[in-house]
Design a protein around this ligand. Structure first.
Ligand SMILES: NC(=O)c1ccc[n+]([C@@H]2O[C@H](COP(=O)([O-])OP(=O)(O)OC[C@H]3O[C@@H](n4cnc5c(N)ncnc54)[C@H](O)[C@@H]3O)[C@@H](O)[C@H]2O)c1
Length: 304
């Protein structure tokens, strides 16, 4: 039985990952400051250490009791990071450096949650990991700088660049939350959905259960060389089509209004999933319609 440290394990992705690890018979320790996560996202078997990843000594001490680290803790959106740049640098870059130092000292494998934001505006074609990285935001730049630090670990370093992750337990209350959670919540409440600009911008949405399988595959790989992979489906849908799909799945008449386009918004973002498939045997499996249905069911239950 192995024990894993998940930083940010009380968050959306981390809670699902902690459950999957426990279900597979592992032990889990989570380091989380509960700034955006919830203790209720964790399975009861997981051990929670409430604290901040900027505290390198604490992170290293916990890592010393573990067999591997998954570093998820972050101010996890472009807008939230831009709202408090100093804190974002301390947490998103400083926290990642602390995770790297802990992994180095304890000789542990590290799986790092980077982001598709490292690519910037890469155009409409599916983006492969070899594509030039030109992040447009501080969030993306910190992820990219953190990747460089992670790669200094050599073969024990795995970097995952998730595209847009959605699914149950992504809470819609925050304006920084994922667009699918916010749109479904508005749709169920009969509220009007505001689409930025014409809604022709498109995104590669990956279901949280799929991204968790990718993390698990990364955690169990043989450490032969450092590895960087996209976390994506290879499919993209426009925001306008997404609103229609959500309206249909909710079974309600969707109310839609177009707001101003968001300055600097990337028009298209679609990942190339080939490298993750070739190196880790990973392929996203959950179709958008099925993932939306699961998310809607969970949000309906939450509302009761
Ligand atoms: N959800 C997505 O679509 C997506 C896409 C690309 C990358 N990512 C990355 O994946 C990771 C997880 O994202 P998520 O969607 O689960 O976000 P989330 O906000 O739900 O989870 C982040 C967790 O980190 C914790 N945290 C934040 N600052 C901390 C600190 N200083 N010390 C300790 N814990 C701290 C939060 O309380 C929360 O539990 C993040 O690194 C994010 O940047 C997510």
């Amino acid at each position: 039985m192995a024990r894993y440290l998940i930083t940010g394990g009380c968050g959306f992705i981390g809670g699902h990952l902690a459950r999957a690890l426990v279900q597979a018979g592992n032990r889990v320790t989570v380091l989380d400051d509960l700034s955006s996560g919830r203790e209720g996202n964790l399975p009861p078997e997981a051990d929670l250490e409430r604290g901040c990843v900027t505290d390198g000594a604490r992170l290293a001490a916990i890592a010393g009791q573990c067999d591997g680290i998954v570093h998820l803790a972050a101010i996890a959106s472009v807008e939230a990071a831009a709202a408090d740049p100093r804190r974002a640098e301390a947490v998103n870059l400083g926290g990642a450096r602390n995770a790297v130092e802990a992994a180095r000292t304890e000789k542990l494998p590290l799986v790092y949650a980077s982001s598709a934001a490292v690519y910037g505006d890469a155009g409409p074609r599916p983006i492969a990991e070899t594509h030039i990285c030109a992040p447009l935001s501080a969030y993306g730049r910190h992820k990219l700088e953190s990747e460089s630090a992670v790669l200094t670990l050599g073969p024990r370093a795995t970097i995952i660049r998730p595209f847009n992750v959605y699914g149950p337990r992504q809470h819609p209350a925050s304006p920084y939350s994922g667009v699918i959670a916010r749109f479904i919540s508005a749709c169920l409440a009969g509220e009007t959905i505001t689409v930025n600009g014409e809604g022709l911008q498109s995104r590669d949405f990956i279901y949280v259960g799929d991204i968790v399988r990718l993390f698990l595959a990364a955690m169990s790989r043989a450490p032969e060389a450092p590895l960087t992979v996209n976390g994506c489906t290879g499919q993209a849908i426009s925001i306008l089509k997404l609103t229609r799909a959500i309206g249909e799945a909710c079974g309600t008449d969707l109310k839609l209004r177009h707001g101003p386009a968001r300055p600097g918004d990337i028009l298209h973002s679609r990942g190339n999933p080939r490298h993750a498939h070739e190196t880790l045997g990973f392929q996203a499996e959950v179709r958008l319609g099925d993932g939306l249905a699961d998310t809607i069911a969970w949000l309906r239950e939450e509302d009761q």
